[in-house]
Design a protein around this ligand. Structure first.
Ligand code: NDP
Length: 286
């Protein structure tokens, strides 16, 4: 009995206990970060730089990326006194993206691929635009698959990590997000299945899927204005949760933390959950 009880306690501890995040583990880490010109991606760039990582940033708008880069160089976001050895920006569009562009840009190997970009999101009732959905799938899903596939051999060589930024809307479908929700569910399906396969093949690449709630980026706040009653969480904190979860090789990161319990409750109590969810949305039928 004592042995059994000890085993259960040890099991619980092993399940819940995780070594705390050590920012120094990121010093010198080679990171490719997509969607870094704004929002959560921009905040991640500042954190990675403070932790001494070598980062390559991507987005479409070159001038805006340049501003982020200047801000990094000016050291306004340094905390540990480490100047990143290498920070680059690549202006590219992930609906027409080839990994070759990045390889040619002198990233000598890769420890972290952080997939974060998204195409312009419409927060509205489904109006039948199938072409838009196809395009969004290309930007939010297929480009993630293509980039991850191209990076896997390099990541494997370096025992690296793949970090995929997703959303609560990729776990729980909500109104006004048909196409976006589909792209995020697709990410969960693909990358959670890939994680199994990597483990079964004993390939040492971790996959961290990040489940975020509403975050106060300009794009998100603009989208939801007047349509939903929810409080947004701060982008710098969300960015740090993603980075630390990736560095600790966690399978899933939930930010804010209580989203994990929201997902459990969603599955455990299927009755009336839709009415509760819909009550957060402003809509009066015509
Ligand atoms: P933003 O819209 O603020 O930033 C998106 C980034 O992607 C920008 O840097 C943008 O730069 C880039 N981008 C857009 N289109 C393309 C494209 N076709 N090719 C390459 N880059 C592109 O997004 P957020 O910071 O709000 O979101 C970041 C991540 O967090 C996303 O994966 C999102 O789904 C997730 N998330 C966000 C939530 C929120 O409330 N903010 C909630 C849940 C999840 P540029 O325009 O210069 O290309």
């Amino acid at each position: 009995k004592v042995l059994c009880a000890t085993g259960i306690v040890a099991g619980f501890l092993a399940f819940f206990w995780k070594d705390p995040f050590n920012p120094e583990s990121l010093s010198g880490a080679r990171v490719l970060l997509t969607g870094a010109s704004a929002g959560i991606g921009e905040q991640m760039a500042y954190h990675y730089a403070r932790f001494g990582a070598e980062i390559v940033l991507t987005a479409r708008r070159e001038a805006v990326l340049q501003k982020v880069r200047t801000s990094l160089y000016e050291g306004r976001h340094r905390r540990f006194g480490l100047l990143p050895k290498q920070q680059q920006q690549i202006s590219c569009q992930h609906d027409k993206f080839s990994f070759g562009t990045v390889e040619q840009n002198q990233l000598r190997g890769l420890d972290y691929l952080v997939l974060n970009h998204i195409g312009v999101t419409r927060f509205q009732m489904w109006a039948g635009d199938v072409e838009y959905t196809r395009w969004l799938m290309q930007v939010n899903f297929f480009s993630y698959v293509a980039l991850a596939t191209a990076a896997l051999p390099t990541l494997e060589k370096n025992k690296g990590s793949l970090v995929v930024v997703s959303s609560l809307i990729g776990k729980i479908p909500t109104p006004f997000t048909t196409s976006y929700s589909a792209t995020k569910f697709a990410l969960d399906g693909f990358f959670s299945s890939l994680r199994h396969e990597l483990i079964m093949q004993k390939r040492n690449v971790s996959i961290t899927l990040c489940i975020l709630g509403l975050i106060d980026t300009d794009a998100a706040l603009e989208n939801i204005r007047g349509k939903v009653h929810l409080t947004a969480s701060p982008a710098p904190e969300a960015a740090l949760a993603i980075i630390s979860g990736g560095a600790m090789r966690m399978q899933e990161v939930f930010y804010p933390w209580w989203l994990q319990y929201t997902c459990c409750l969603w599955v455990l109590f299927p009755y009336n959950r839709d009415q509760v969810l819909q009550s957060y949305y402003n809509y009066s039928s015509p």
